[in-house]
Design a protein around this ligand. Structure first.
Ligand code: C2E
Ligand code: MG
Ligand code: MG
Ligand code: MG
Length: 298
């Protein structure tokens, strides 16, 4: 009726007004300030990478690493990616940040091999904007050439949001990356809206189960069922499956019982510095992986 309509219009009006409120200006100003700071951070080399190991559940061996960016702010300390990646995405700064992350991660991985460790896969997160850069495959190829890392030791993580775009363009870009010999994985799987028929068409190798499902294994029967279903789905599609955010032994036991391939999470290790990663890998190499190491040296 008319009364409600008028009421709605007023509500809308109020909301519109709010859009231009001083609060909003303050927010815009803060964002502009942060954008300028982020630009400076890139120039001053204030970004850094932490590395989180990925373990093979069957053997307990580290087989992969995920590179995770941080902003080491001179006054505010370590800023997590959640606080600046979306701004970087909106402003386009993500392209230079992303290239820096790729170079750094590949160089680091190559350095680990040069130190005599068994080769590991390095996973790097790509944002949608970065994935959509037409020349991304050329950039990746160049970085692999410069760092001397073999393509098979690089895995690019993309999220389902990329899949919501034009399907043919997305597949074309994936194929161009695949032709370089790098691996592609779908990160945070289950949180987006990708259709299963898409999944079948993508040249991908890995599915990463989002940690929101892993968190509630055992306590929420729906989430437990989702995790079990994703593992089965991945294996039916001949994909490898990684569980993210594994924090407890119970979660690990469940994942193991369902044949999940890899696990990543605080139970094994938080994301750590390059130095701490090297230490962890060396202590593992002194154990069962020593054979590989001697083989490498010969
Ligand atoms: P992601 O790619 O899904 O990375 C996993 C996140 O889960 C990391 O947060 C990691 O620290 C956290 N995590 C790992 N194990 C556990 C666990 O057992 N429990 C809990 N509660 N959390 C765990 P981080 O490093 O804060 O990164 C957050 C997100 O930021 C990443 O999610 C990724 O989407 C994005 N990101 C990080 N680095 C980059 C980057 O270089 N480029 C882009 N485009 N995005 C990045
Ligand atoms: Mg990731
Ligand atoms: Mg994830
Ligand atoms: Mg995430």
């Amino acid at each position: 009726n008319a009364d409600t309509a008028l009421h709605r219009a007023k509500e809308l009006g109020r909301n519109n007004y709010q859009f231009y409120s001083p609060d909003m200006n303050a927010k815009t100003m803060r964002q502009l300030g942060m954008e300028a700071e982020l630009r400076k951070a890139i120039e001053r080399n204030d970004l850094c990478l932490h590395y989180q190991p990925q373990f093979e559940i069957e053997t307990g061996q580290v087989v992969g690493i995920e590179a995770l960016v941080r902003w080491n702010h001179p006054e505010r300390g370590m800023i997590p990616p959640e606080d600046f990646i979306s701004l970087a995405e909106e402003t386009g700064l993500i392209v230079s940040i992303g290239n820096w992350v790729l170079s750094r991660a590949c160089a680091q991985n190559r350095a680990l091999q040069d130190a005599g460790l068994s080769p590991l896969r390095m996973a790097v997160n790509l944002s949608p904007r970065q994935f959509n850069q037409r020349d991304l495959p050329e950039q990746v190829a160049k970085i692999l050439r410069v760092t001397g890392l073999e393509p098979c030791w690089l895995e690019l993580e993309i999220t389902e949001s990329i899949i919501m775009q034009d399907l043919e363009t997305t597949i074309d870009q994936m194929v161009r990356l695949m032709e370089l010999g790098v691996r592609i994985s779908i990160d945070d799987f289950g949180t987006g809206y990708s259709s299963l028929s898409y999944l079948k068409r993508f040249p991908i190798q890995t599915l990463k189960i989002d940690r929101s499902f892993v968190r509630d294994i055992g306590s929420d029967s729906d989430d437990t069922a989702i995790v079990a279903a994703v593992i089965a789905l991945a294996h039916n599609l001949k994909l490898e499956v990684v569980a993210e955010g594994v924090e407890t032994q119970d979660q690990l036991n469940f994942l193991k019982s369902r044949g999940c391939d890899l696990a990543q999470g605080f139970l094994f290790s938080r994301p750590i510095s390059a130095e701490a990663l090297l230490e962890l890998l060396l202590s593992q190499a002194a154990g069962p992986a020593l054979k590989n190491r001697t083989r490498l040296a010969n």
